[in-house]
Unconditional design. Structure first.
Length: 114
């Protein structure tokens, strides 16, 4: 079982490997918006390279969004609260979190998302 960095063996599990496996599956490709799939798969590879863990709640939201065929904007809205609650560091992680904070967050508030 993959653990989140900085946790003991009984700490929170890192669901990034499971999400990577899902994104590599035919199931995810068949059900997804292709622009969303390609973009999310590339971001996930970068998060893996930077060692950024994924919580179970983030995994569930991301997998559900991909499975229902959400657009890229829909995907980002679905994962927004999980990204904002996450911690990490790296060029791609920092750029993504900044984008969520300065673009997705304000758009979500305007559209009435919680």
């Amino acid at each position: 079982m993959s653990q989140m960095p900085g946790t003991s063996g009984d700490g929170p599990k890192d669901f990034r490997p499971e999400f990577t496996q899902f994104m590599n599956s035919q199931e995810s490709w068949d059900s997804s918006c292709k622009v969303t799939h390609v973009t999310v798969a590339n971001m996930n590879r970068q998060m893996t390279r930077e060692g950024i863990p994924m919580s179970e709640a983030h995994f569930n939201a991301a997998k559900t969004s991909i499975s229902r065929g959400d657009s890229l904007c829909g995907f980002m809205r679905a994962e927004h609260n999980h990204v904002m609650a996450s911690n990490g560091d790296g060029p791609v992680y920092n750029a993504g979190k900044s984008f969520h904070k300065n673009v997705i967050g304000p758009l979500s508030r305007i559209s009435g998302d919680k």
